[in-house]
Design a protein around this ligand. Structure first.
Ligand code: PBG
Length: 316
């Protein structure tokens, strides 16, 4: 018997992550899962991105991808072997040379309200100041017709929650998944019903990337993949791509798995909302889980027939 080359089997994997607390927490979860499944140690490498360095609104920075470019460069250059992204922050176009090696089971993808005095959305008085940065949330909150004053905010999760104080904001809206990962769910005063605020495509999911030709890392990451999450996210992201909208467009898409007559089914909803909340289109489609991509394209085509392109263009 020949011994394997020294150290290959257990050589430490380098995982590139943004330095924010949320990114580090997400990355550590994936690192722990890799080690638990294979025994291979994983080292976190902090990488600073344009999205972290600038205080400008995401749309001003060029939207899609501001958190991602530097991390992908490190991966392609070989500085790191694995990258963990919040899936919803990824551009819809694939990156040449990289593959999505795993999509772990996702957190609850809904948005959450963190409000003063434990108030829910419906209890906030007209004129209440609600902070959020995402155009999708701005548009959907205005479309509720509750007379809320939507205030643009940015910054990490703690910075945003700290704005809920007398004299500043009455509430903020955040991804529930981020709060769950940071252990901050106690601050949530309402998890928003998708009928009122439909989540962003891929919200709550992680994307684990590596180089397309890195067989060893591909094998180490394969056990982390959750087929159901991957299908849901594929349907949501295909809708977004077919609408030719980026991650900072007022587009929502949310897929759920359900048990149908002939096996597992996917129930996909999507919406495009005018930024001022005065207009919008919504739709849904149900079909086999194995046809997630086709379902996303069909739903996008339906929304486009009903004016989605004009709404996406007006929000640019
Ligand atoms: N764009 C920022 C961002 N990217 C991912 C998350 C939360 C975690 C997730 O959705 O997976 C957040 C914060 C937020 O939307 O409140």
């Amino acid at each position: 018997m020949t011994a394997p080359p020294t150290g290959t089997a257990t050589r430490t994997l380098r995982l590139g992550t943004r330095a924010s607390q949320l990114a580090r927490t997400q990355s550590q979860t994936v690192a722990d899962a890799i080690t638990a499944a294979s025994g291979v140690p994983v080292e976190l490498v902090h990488i600073s991105t344009e999205g972290d360095r600038s205080a400008a609104a995401i749309a001003q920075l060029g939207g899609t991808g501001v958190f991602v470019t530097a991390i992908r460069r490190a991966l392609l250059e070989g500085t790191v072997d694995v990258a963990v992204h919040s899936y919803k922050d990824l551009p819809t176009a694939p990156e040449p040379g990289l593959v999505l090696a795993a999509v772990p089971p996702r957190e609850d993808p809904r948005d959450a309200l963190v409000a003063r005095d434990r108030l829910t959305l419906g209890e906030l008085p007209a004129g209440a100041r609600v902070g959020t940065g995402a155009p999708r949330r701005v548009a959907q909150l205005r479309a509720l017709g509750l007379g809320l004053e939507v205030v643009p905010i940015r910054g990490n999760v703690d910075t945003r929650m700290a704005r809920v104080v007398p004299g500043d904001l009455d509430a903020v809206v955040l991804a529930r998944a981020g709060l769950a990962r940071l252990g901050r769910l106690a601050a949530v005063t309402e998890t928003l019903d998708p009928l009122q605020v439909l989540p962003a495509p891929a919200q709550g999911a992680l994307a684990v990337e590596c180089r397309a030709d890195d067989e060893r890392t591909l094998q180490l990451l394969a056990p982390l993949d959750d087929a159901g999450t991957r299908a849901c996210v594929l349907a949501e992201r295909t809708t977004l791509a077919a609408l030719e909208a980026g991650c900072s467009a007022p587009v929502a898409a949310y897929a759920e798995l359900a048990e149908g007559e002939d096996g597992a089914e996917l129930y996909l909803r999507a919406s495009v909302t005018a930024i001022d909340g005065s207009d919008g289109v919504r739709g849904s489609v149900t079909g086999p889980v194995g046809e997630a991509g086709r379902l996303g394209r069909d739903l996008a085509a339906d929304l486009l027939d009903r004016g989605a392109a004009e709404l996406v263009a007006a929000a640019r």
